[in-house]
Design a protein around this ligand. Structure first.
Ligand SMILES: Nc1nc2c(ncn2[C@@H]2O[C@H](COP(=O)(O)OP(=O)(O)OP(=O)(O)O)[C@@H](O)[C@H]2O)c(=O)[nH]1
Ligand SMILES: [Mg+2]
Length: 268
C-alpha cells in the first residue's frame, strides 16, 4: 500500500498552531490519521485510544478534537499522551459541533501530510478492528464509507427503533433529493484519501452538525471521486450520552435542499 520511499518522502512538519496543546511531530511512518471528535466521552475515550494504538502501533496516528468537555475527557487524553506516542489533542473552547471539529481535523491532517484520514466516533459504535479493512479498501477508492445498510440489510445492534427510523429516513431523503448513490450517507465511520480532502473547498462546507456527513459525501461525489461502501456493524453506545439534538435534524433537512439547489445552479 505504501512504499518505504513514499514514507520517507513524508516530512515531519512541526506544528505551528498553538491550540494543538501537547502535540508533537507526526509519526514518521504513520500512514493514516484517525480523527475522533469528543464531547463528554470520559467513559469511552481512554479505552478506545489504547485499543486503537495497540492494534495499529505504527501505521495510525490519533487526533482527538475535544470541545472543552466538562467531564474531563481532555485530561484523560493528555495523560495518555505519555504512553501513546502518536496521540494528538486539539482543544476547542466550547461545543462547536461535529462538522467544524472534522474540518479542523482535516486541516491538521493535510498540514501534516497523512495519506489517509479516518473519521470515527469515540463511543465504540465503530469497531477499531475495522480500521485495517478501511485502509485496505482505499486501494480501490477515494472515499470509503462504513455502511450499516448495504444490500438492504440493517447491521445495527441495540439502537432504539426511533433512532434507526430517523437514520434510515435521512438516507432515503438525501438520496431522493440529491441523487447521492450511497446506502448510508450519515455514517460517521469513513476514510478519505488526503487528495480528496485537498480538492474539497473545506472553507465552504455549511454543516455544523451531523449533516456534515451527507454534505461531505455529496461534495466528494460531485467532484467525481470513487466512493466505496463496506459493511460495518454499528453497536449503540453502552456508556455516555448521545449528542444528537433536534437542531441537528433541522439542519440536515435544509442542508440537503441547499446542496441540491447549489448543484443545480452550478455552484458545486
Ligand atoms: N468535538 C465535538 N465532538 C462531538 C460533538 N458532538 C458530538 N461529538 C462527538 O461525535 C461523536 C458522535 O456523536 P454521538 O453522540 O455518539 O452521535 P451518534 O453516534 O449519532 O449518537 P449516539 O451514539 O446515539 O449517542 C462522538 O464521539 C461524540 O462525542 C461536538 O459538538 N464537538
Ligand atoms: Mg454514537
Amino acid at each position: 500500500m505504501n512504499s518505504a520511499a513514499d514514507m520517507q518522502e513524508k516530512t515531519n512538519d512541526s506544528l505551528h498552531n498553538d491550540s494543538f496543546k501537547g502535540s508533537k511531530q507526526k509519526s514518521q511512518d504513520a500512514l493514516a490519521l484517525v480523527i475522533i471528535p469528543t464531547f463528554n466521552e470520559s467513559e469511552n475515550i481512554g479505552r478506545l485510544l489504547k485499543e486503537i494504538s495497540s492494534l495499529y502501533p505504527k501505521t495510525v496516528d490519533l487526533l482527538v478534537i475535544d470541545d472543552n468537555s466538562p467531564d474531563g475527557t481532555a485530561e484523560i487524553v493528555r495523560s495518555l499522551q505519555q504512553e501513546i506516542r502518536s496521540l494528538y489533542l486539539l482543544e476547542r473552547e466550547k461545543k462547536l459541533g461535529l462538522g467544524t471539529a472534522y474540518i479542523a481535523g482535516f486541516q491538521y491532517a493535510l498540514k501534516n501530510k497523512y495519506r489517509y484520514v479516518l473519521e470515527m466516533d469515540a463511543d465504540f459504535s465503530h469497531d477499531p478492528k475495522e480500521i485495517g479493512v478501511f485502509l485496505e479498501a482505499m486501494r480501490s477508492a477515494d472515499l470509503v464509507i462504513g455502511s450499516r445498510y448495504m444490500n438492504n440489510t440493517v447491521n445495527v445492534v441495540n439502537w432504539p427503533l426511533g433512532r434507526l427510523i430517523l437514520s434510515k429516513m435521512a438516507s432515503y431523503y438525501s438520496r431522493i433529493i440529491t441523487g447521492l448513490p450511497i446506502d448510508d450517507p450519515t455514517s460517521g465511520f469513513k476514510c478519505f484519501s488526503a487528495d480528496v480532502l485537498r480538492a474539497l473547498d473545506l472553507g465552504k462546507v455549511h454543516s455544523q452538525g451531523y449533516s456534515f456527513q451527507i454534505e461531505i459525501n455529496f461534495r466528494v461525489w460531485k467532484k467525481g471521486y470513487t466512493i466505496r461502501e463496506i459493511p460495518i456493524i454499528f453497536v449503540d453506545r453502552s456508556v455516555g450520552k448521545s449528542k444528537m439534538t433536534k437542531r441537528n435534524i433541522r439542519e440536515a433537512i435544509w442542508i440537503v435542499w441547499l446542496l441540491k439547489i447549489k448543484s443545480l445552479v452550478g455552484l458545486m
